[in-house]
Ligand binder design. Structure first.
Ligand SMILES: [Zn+2]
Length: 91
């Protein structure tokens, strides 16, 4: 358990507290929203990288079918992982 400063009144409050006991600022709720936003960004980035890897794989098909197919497979798996991960953390 750690103490954090209430952003509203600067009182030291437990980070497990749902709200500041003095001014009622919603501390736990605020932290949860931030975590969800950060997680969402991470998975969106993963989906984007997966997309680029898959596109790179499409171009690589001209040079090497094996390399191209491998890159497409990795890219598609990353896109799915990003989509499923983002969905999982939001529900
Ligand atoms: Zn407060």
């Amino acid at each position: 358990m750690a103490l954090i400063k209430c952003p509203e009144c600067q009182l030291e409050v437990s980070d497990k507290a749902a709200a500041c006991p003095k001014c009622g600022y919603p501390i736990a709720v605020d932290k949860k929203v931030q975590t969800i936003e950060q997680t969402g960004k991470k998975y969106k980035g993963m989906t984007l990288i997966g997309f680029f890897v898959a596109v790179l794989g499409l171009f690589s098909l001209n040079f090497s079918i094996d390399l191209g197919l491998s890159l497409i497979l990795v890219g598609v798996v990353m896109m799915f992982a990003g989509k499923i991960g983002g969905w999982w953390h939001h529900s």
